[in-house]
Design a protein around this ligand. Structure first.
Ligand code: ATP
Length: 372
């Protein structure tokens, strides 16, 4: 155990029932989560859901109205930011324009009166980590946006924080650079082994980088899980809708089988099957959620007894390169499904035309039954 650390059982940051109110706004509403040592953990949600406020409380820039925050097992109460072994990287990296890259990175250490030899070694090490070893003598204006963001990262890493907080750090970069930096950040985090807590409203970014994600809305945490759990097994409609694309069908449970499979009747009278996320009795109002890539369209009727098979009319077909997006009419709604344009299905792309009839079907476990 490191000196000064309380027992933490591998938990870097522990939020227990944390509430933050600003006058009549409840920005963070009874949030509890445990972030593990060395984890890349993202808080994901729409604008105003309380991500930044949660991060600022971990950093010590704000204090909870109620609830408690522990850093490595120690309650931090009203400990100020500089007494927490936590650093923050913001979207606006605010580098000093008149200083070189090395001077920018050294700034905090200089303020702490770090001995020059130690400082120089740590600055070199931090710049190497972000692959800017050859840029130490440049000024910020001589760097690209991505390189400036890496200087901001080096400036945080040079302090050897136990936890690095990142508030939409890639938000100012263009899409291509953003994607490159996502992969780079993930590999950097794996190399340094520091706990990263990353705030974003971009679901693809969170799925790409995170070990686990907390999905937030209106100040609350709705689900915490790995990217696969969040995408494949969303616990509520908001999460299913916010992460990726999905078709929602409202209905009522008709019967329940073993293995958590249920048959529902949709509001417009269609019978279909899906996997329940939690057990619900017959007659409960539910929503079926089916991802567009988890349903299939066949030319021929599938074998008798294939569950969830509905004869449908093709309404729209859009070829988008990697796949073809097809809207079919299923009862009262349009149902969106995506077919991958792999070699084997190239001919199919030419085949489906608006106005044609096909057979839409999905295995029951490909559809999720949600109650909230
Ligand atoms: P964004 O992605 O837009 O940054 P967010 O999810 O990070 O949003 P927060 O910045 O944490 O959300 O804000 C949560 C709520 O708290 C919002 O309604 C916001 O207006 C409010 N809020 C945040 N800071 C303050 C403050 N200092 N005073 C009053 N209200 C605040």
């Amino acid at each position: 155990m490191l000196p000064g650390r309380a027992m933490n059982n591998g938990i870097a940051v522990d939020l227990r029932n944390v509430v933050k109110r600003f006058a009549d706004v409840c920005a963070v509403d009874h949030v509890s989560m445990q972030i593990r040592d060395g984890e890349f953990f993202s808080m994901l949600g729409p604008s105003g859901c309380g991500k930044t406020t949660t991060l600022r409380m971990i950093a010590g820039f704000e204090f909870p109205t109620s609830g408690e925050i522990f850093l490595h097992g120690k309650s931090v109460g009203t400990t100020p930011p500089f007494r927490r072994n936590v650093n923050t990287v913001f979207q606006s990296y605010a580098l000093f324009p008149h200083m070189t890259v090395a001077e920018n990175v050294a700034f905090g250490l200089r303020m702490k009166k770090t001995p020059p030899a130690d400082m120089s070694r740590r600055v070199t090490e931090a710049l190497e980590l972000v692959r800017l070893g050859d840029y130490a003598a440049r000024r910020p204006r001589q760097l690209s946006g991505g390189q400036q963001q890496r200087v901001a990262l080096a400036r945080a890493l040079v302090n050897h924080p136990e936890v690095l907080l990142l508030d939409e750090p890639l938000g100012a970069l263009d899409l291509k650079l953003r994607k490159e930096m996502q992969l780079e950040l993930k590999s950097l985090q794996e190399r340094v082994g520091i706990t990263f807590i990353y705030v974003t409203h971009d679901q693809e970014e969170a799925l790409t980088m995170s070990d686990r994600i907390a999905v937030m809305n209106a100040g609350k945490v709705l689900q915490i899980g790995t990217p696969t759990e969040i995408y494949e097994r969303p616990v509520c409609r908001f999460v299913a809708d916010f992460i990726g694309e999905t078709n929602f069908i409202e209905g009522k449970v008709e019967s329940v089988e073993s293995g958590g499979i249920a048959t529902i009747v949709s509001d417009d009278g269609l019978t279909m099957r899906g996997q329940m996320i939690r057990p619900v009795p017959p007659a409960t109002n539910v929503t079926l959620s089916i991802r567009p890539e988890k349903a299939f369209l066949s030319v021929q009727p599938p074998p008798p007894g294939t569950p969830n098979c509905h004869q449908v009319r093709v309404e729209r077909v859009a070829y988008i390169g990697s796949d073809t997006r097809i809207d079919v009419r299923l009862g009262a709604r349009l149902f969106d499904l995506w077919e991958q344009n792999s070699r084997s299905t190239l001919d199919r792309d030419a085949y489906w035309q608006p106005g044609e009839t096909g057979y839409l079907w999905w295995p029951a476990e490909n559809a999720i039954i949600l109650t909230e």
